[in-house]
Design a protein around this ligand. Structure first.
Ligand SMILES: Nc1nc2c(ncn2[C@@H]2O[C@H](COP(=O)(O)OP(=O)(O)O)[C@@H](O)[C@H]2O)c(=O)[nH]1
Ligand SMILES: [Mg+2]
Length: 484
């Protein structure tokens, strides 16, 4: 590898690529987080003018500009000196920063507008010239200043580029606004329904009710379906971003490590006929199907269902491994229970509910039929006979695992969301379900209206729309004719 360039104060950084000139004199800024609806956005400014530039657009409290590595609250100012957002700012002094230069990060509230205004302020209002950073320029500076080596710089890029083509497509779909468009439609419908009910509530006794329960129920059912579709697409997006966690479990010596190696196409885990060889978790990434990222986890063998009589008690280290295996099994998106198909099924074999069952060692004479396994574990997921040694059945296993990961939804239509956004969608779906129950149960309309309000607020949180009372009032009064 090429020697890292040394950083000499005041002197231009040595150039590794010819198009970088004098990185030390220019101050650059950019929005570092993805564009789109999010909790926060980070605007980053790097270079000798970073502190000046930040000082020109932020107003700190009495304690003033923060010392390095301390986050402080500040007001983001517009051109006239008015505060437009409350932000957090943190200063990293050179060379202890990502780029190796002076860096200030401004954390604004999410949504593209505030971040863009902050960036524009940094670019236009600082006394020192600040220009927009080019693609990857922060990382390029980090490399030039010896903060990262090239392989690390590439790794940063890899992470940014997402783990797989399908994850990237999910991100693009979300960025292109598919999620917000859908959430907004549902929110508008909730607002309309809530408005209908509240108008009815204000009518004096004896007047005809504004909503009929049948129509309301049908609307709510429609909303419920749309929300559950949105939810499953968002969970798919989460899986795509995080990777589907596939955990290989089973007794010692059934061939879990061999299966991991066979699925990866290389010898990652140690295979031996000595039971208890694998003691810790081994995790490796792969991409399956049409670009679905998968995290494969090999575990220590679980001896029997719940402690098997007759077998040697595991040593302390192996016992720890077994504990980790149990935890991994609980955290699995798709558990795969591996069995040795060349030996009869152990009477105390406990196959977890819903697990994909891999009946390994198909190259040896079969001692168990698929029917035996099905009878012993009626709650298990798909059964696949395969051989880690010959590779037979591996593709079928991958398909079964991806099928289980989809759980009825289409991974390929995934929307990339954060856990918080998924939480908001779920909260909305729950409130709509409760509203359905309230309407069918003939509970008062004020209760239904309250639940619809709750559902709507959850989506507004997702969309970053604030001040719920105003929107509701607008919706109600827009139905009244002028002059009333
Ligand atoms: N014939 C045959 N042997 C296998 C197969 N898979 C694993 N083995 C053997 O079974 C033994 C245990 O394998 P290993 O992967 O270490 O099992 P683990 O304890 O479940 O991780 C080793 O001797 C492997 O060579 C298979 O598909 N066919
Ligand atoms: Mg093993």
């Amino acid at each position: 590898m090429a020697a890292r360039p040394a950083r000499v104060a005041g002197a231009p950084a040595p150039c590794a690529t010819s198009n970088i000139i004098n990185t030390e004199t220019e101050t650059i800024a950019a929005v570092s987080t993805a564009w789109g609806e999010a909790g926060i956005a980070v605007v980053r400014v790097s270079g000798p003018g970073a502190v000046d530039a930040a000082g020109a657009v932020l107003r700190f409290g009495p304690k003033g500009f923060p010392p390095p590595r301390e986050m402080r609250l500040a007001a983001l100012l517009d051109a006239s000196g008015e505060a437009i957002d409350r932000v957090l700012a943190v200063y990293f002094a050179a060379p202890r920063s990502y780029t190796g230069e002076d860096v200030v990060e401004v954390h604004t509230h999410g949504g593209t507008l505030v971040a863009r205004m902050c960036l524009e302020a940094l670019l236009s209002r600082a006394a020192v010239p600040v220009r927009l950073a080019g693609p990857g320029e922060f990382t390029r500076r980090a490399y030039l200043n010896g903060r990262l080596d090239l392989s690390q710089a590439e790794a940063v890029l890899g992470v940014i580029r997402s783990r797989s083509a399908e994850a990237l497509r999910a991100a693009a779909r979300t960025l292109s606004g598919e999620l917000s468009a859908q959430a907004r439609e549902i929110r508008d419908e909730l607002l309309r329904l809530q408005g209908d009910i509240e108008v009815g509530l204000d009518f004096p006794e004896g007047e005809p009710p504004a909503v009929d329960a049948g129509a309301l129920l049908r609307s709510l059912e429609g909303l419920s379906r749309r929300l559950s579709d949105l939810e499953s697409r968002c969970s798919a997006g989460m899986l795509l971003r995080e990777g589907v966690r596939v955990v290989l479990c089973g007794r010692p010596n059934v061939g879990k490590s061999s299966l991991l190696n066979a699925l990866l196409g290389r010898d990652r885990a140690i295979v031996s006929d000595q039971p208890g060889t694998t003691r810790d978790l081994i995790e490796e990434g792969a991409v399956w199907g049409a670009g679905v990222p998968v995290r494969l986890v090999d575990t220590a063998g679980l001896r029997g269902g719940r402690g098997d009589a007759g077998a040697e008690a595991p040593g302390a280290v192996e016992a720890l491994g077994i504990e980790r295996a149990r935890e991994a099994l609980e955290g699995a998106d798709v558990p795969v229970w591996v069995l040795d198909g060349s030996r009869p099924l152990a009477p105390d074999e406990i196959i977890p509910e819903g697990a994909v069952v891999a009946l390994n060692k198909a190259d040896l004479p079969h001692a168990v039929t698929l029917e035996d396994v099905r009878a012993a574990a009626p709650g298990a997921g798909p059964l696949v006979r395969l051989s880690a040694r010959t590779g037979e059945g591996l593709e079928e296993l991958k398909e079964a695992v991806l099928g289980a990961a989809r759980r009825g939804s289409v991974l390929e239509g995934g929307l990339n969301v954060t856990a918080r956004q998924l939480g908001d969608i779920r909260a909305c779906a729950r409130a709509v379900e409760e509203a359905q129950a309230a309407v069918s149960g003939g509970v008062g309309e004020d209760v239904t209206a309250g639940l619809l309000g709750e559902a709507r607020v959850a989506l507004e949180r997702l969309l970053g729309i604030g001040g719920d009372a105003g929107a509701l009032l607008d919706s109600i009064f827009s139905r009244f004719c002028v002059g009333k």
